[in-house]
Design a protein around this ligand. Structure first.
Ligand code: TYD
Ligand code: ZN
Length: 416
């Protein structure tokens, strides 16, 4: 199901020994280890076979400062039938509106190719904003099918030079924008990604890559972003190392509050005739993440895991009931790191229908519809979708009026 990862994805530095047998002179060091964990989106109904478990360990390349997992789970296992659906939330709609405004500040709306286009939610939004001629490239069969049925032209594939050529032709031969939201960290071969970008781009193409903002992830101790799908924890310095041999360069960096802090890294070809925006230098200068930064993050993560475990145990001992809100991939990381079972958390609610009547990966905790919160009225509810906290707290005011309390686990565990 998985294989060891042996070459730095950004700088090409070759190392050996993931999983024991490490040589102290090697430039890749282990900085965070959660042991063997289930796959975060492996939500299964009873009778369905689970995909299984794999080591969850972060290694740090001291040459280019890219943090990356020690193993690569086969993409067919993770993405053939993918449970994650871009949420139709107020937070997401606001974010899409901000993206449109920042993209069109660069150049007028035009043909767009989206990599990892999921169910087509962003492409639909863009179409309504005048970005006609759009094509998605999405590896998950179920999502590509759903998007096509919904009228969003989607190629069911990974990005490489071949799928790029096809998408470019479908766009009428010229691509103004290439968007890649939260798929860079999922990709094993960045060489293929860059080949795909180069095949899509001409001198006027703007490539916009959205990734979690690593300094925020570290400051928030959001270790729940560390799961098998997130193969890399991208820093701007690693991005610079990756682009060195390509015809692409960073053009502008914009920060957004979504998902606990993200950046949009805009790239342009070297021959674009445009000077890079000062934000590139600024963000590069603010980022100073070393192996020690990661080690401190790891220590704090283990402390938070211990703290949530103790809190839930003391609530259960006092006869209180506890549920979870949002069967996010992040919830799987928390639940398994804390070794929770149904005895600790009675159920986790989620708006995604496909997750209902399944259990949380690695546990016997059932996933239910969101209505269960008011039907069951548990005393406490752990907000695993903490990245949507303000929207959810407002939406669930009735639960709180009836005495229910939310436990927000990130950035630091707090009860509201
Ligand atoms: P997200 O944070 O995007 O997920 P992940 O950690 O998997 O990348 O999604 C949060 C999950 O929470 C998703 O499964 C949908 C669910 N959700 C709700 O149940 N209710 C809500 O109001 C929102 C916004 C999300
Ligand atoms: Zn490296």
């Amino acid at each position: 199901m998985y294989r060891p990862h042996t070459t730095c994805r950004a700088c090409g530095y070759a190392f050996h020994g993931a999983g024991g047998n490490r040589n102290p002179n090697e430039k890749l060091v282990s900085v965070f280890n959660l042991g063997v964990q289930p796959l975060a989106n492996d939500f299964c109904k009873s009778g369905q076979e689970r995909q299984g478990y794999a080591p969850l360990e972060v290694l740090f390349c001291e040459k280019c400062r890219l943090a990356q997992l020690s193993v690569v789970v086969k993409p067919e296992v993770l993405y053939k039938n993918y449970a994650y659906v871009t949420s139709d939330s107020e937070t997401m709609r606001k974010h899409f509106a901000a993206l449109v405004s920042d993209l069109t500040a660069e150049q007028p709306a035009g043909p767009v190719v989206e990599i990892g286009s999921n169910n087509g939610a962003l492409l639909k939004h863009l179409r309504a904003e005048g970005f006609i001629n759009s094509v998605g490239i999405e590896p998950a069969e179920n999502l590509a099918r759903e998007a096509n049925a919904d009228g969003v032209l989607t190629i069911n594939d990974y990005l490489d030079s071949e799928s790029a050529a096809k998408a470019k032709a479908d766009c009428g031969g010229k691509v103004s924008f290439v968007l890649a939201r939260h798929c860079f960290c999922h990709a094993d071969s960045w060489v293929k990604m860059i080949d795909g970008f180069e095949a899509l781009a001409d001198k006027d193409t703007l490539i916009a890559i959205e990734v979690p903002y690593l300094p925020d992830q570290i400051a928030n101790v959001s270790f729940d972003q560390c799961y098998h799908e997130h193969l890399s924890y991208l820093s701007l310095s690693a991005m610079a190392a990756l682009l060195e041999d390509s015809v692409l360069r960073m053009h502008k960096v914009i920060k957004y509050p979504i998902h606990g802090g993200c950046v949009l890294i805009m790239l342009r070809p070297l021959n674009s005739g445009r000077d890079p925006h000062p934000s590139v230098e600024q963000f590069m200068g603010q980022e100073n993440i070393t192996a020690d930064t990661w080690r401190e993050f790891a220590a704090e993560a283990h402390a938070q895991i211990h703290k949530l475990g103790l809190l839930i145990k003391s609530l259960r001992d006092a006869g209180k009931t506890v549920c979870g809100y949002g069967a996010s991939a992040k919830s799987t990381v928390w639940v398994n790191a804390c070794k929770f079972s149904r005895k600790d958390i009675s159920f986790i609610t989620d708006t995604t229908k496909g997750k209902w009547h399944t259990t949380s990966p690695g546990t016997d905790i059932p996933i239910t519809d969101p209505g269960a919160l008011l039907r069951e009225l548990p005393d406490y509810c752990i907000l695993f979708a903490w990245n949507f906290a303000s929207e959810i707290l407002a939406k669930e005011s009735l639960y709180r009026e009836k005495g229910g309390k939310f436990i927000i686990p990130v950035p630091h565990i707090k009860i509201v």
